[in-house]
Design a protein around this ligand. Structure first.
Ligand SMILES: Nc1ncnc2c1ncn2[C@@H]1O[C@H](COP(=O)(O)OP(=O)(O)O)[C@@H](O)[C@H]1O
Length: 272
């Protein structure tokens, strides 16, 4: 983690110098820690609404690694009303991507804070979202695995519109009830709502960027800008494609199986 923070530290001048540095950093590769001697370094990819945050959080709790979501870093910056917040709110509320430079700075600060606490490993959620970001990451650290979560676009829209957050505890919920019939050999998808406990019910808020127009724009940008990141990792043999079969009870065990972690949960609870 120290190496990634040090190198990202030097990538903050402009997006063109960022990619220049990313390329250069290959020839000055830092000492990379053998995967045996550190925790996992994984990336979660997927369209808005697919559930990256939900599954990444669960895996982070299981594997005891930090969940680093760049969307959370952006929202935290927005709510802090700091110098960047006005600029960020305009970008985010239009469904656009924040510049690579800003996002790298936020990530750098998050990694430095983690490093100070002695964190090891991570699951990145929402980063990288451009080829430039993927190159920067490749220039500074090893990514072991990239999980690409997939769902039908129709479902993604409904799920984004159903997202709710408790303004008090920060818990994430979803009021959408998905019941999509199967057709042409494709199985149907049932995803029951993920309702909050009674004490959160009156405190639910909706993200300002979860309106229909903004979600459609985010999906468009994902397909145009972030989809190539899938190919970036596919060509390096690191991409694990995972079609979500349904809601959490159905998908979670299958995801653990796909990650060769079937017994991990039981072993962890037995050891606790
Ligand atoms: N890696 C990134 N690069 C650029 N912008 C980002 C990145 N991660 C997050 N953002 C900004 O934060 C917003 C919210 O991100 P996130 O919570 O990951 O949303 P989503 O629901 O689209 O997955 C994005 O629409 C974008 O404006």
């Amino acid at each position: 983690m120290a190496a990634i923070t040090r190198l990202i530290n030097r990538t903050t001048c402009s997006s063109s110098s960022v990619s220049y540095f990313a390329r250069r950093s290959f020839s000055h590769a830092p000492q990379r820690v053998d995967p045996k001697d550190r925790n996992v370094q994984w990336v979660f990819l997927g369209c808005p609404g697919v559930g990256k945050g939900t599954y990444a959080t669960r895996l982070c709790n299981l594997l005891r690694v930090p969940h680093i979501a760049t969307g959370d870093l952006v929202r935290h910056e927005l709510s802090s009303k700091g110098p960047l917040s006005q600029q960020l709110s305009e970008i985010v509320n239009q469904g656009k991507l924040v510049s690579d430079e800003i996002i790298i700075n936020l990530l750098k600060a998050r990694l430095a804070a983690g490093e100070a606490k002695g964190e090891s490993g991570f699951i990145l959620d929402g980063f990288p979202r451009t080829i430039n970001q993927a190159e920067i990451l490749e220039g500074v650290t090893d990514i072991d695995l990239v999980v690409n979560l997939k769902l039908e676009e129709e479902i993604l829209l409904e799920k984004c519109l159903g997202r709710r957050m408790c303004s008090e505890c920060g818990g994430n919920f979803n009021v959408a009830s998905i019941n999509m019939k199967g057709e042409n050999g494709r199985p149907g998808t049932v995803m029951p709502p993920l309702l909050p406990p009674a004490h959160c019910m009156s405190k639910l808020i909706t993200r300002a960027d979860d309106t229909e127009a903004v979600v459609k724009e985010r999906l468009r940008i994902y397909n145009e800008t972030s989809k190539p990141v899938e190919e970036f990792y596919r060509s390096r043999g690191k991409l694990l494609e995972f079609d979500l079969p349904g809601g959490i009870p159905e998908s979670w065990p299958k995801l653990l199986h796909a990650l060769n972690l079937d017994d991990y949960e039981e072993k962890q609870s037995a050891a606790a």
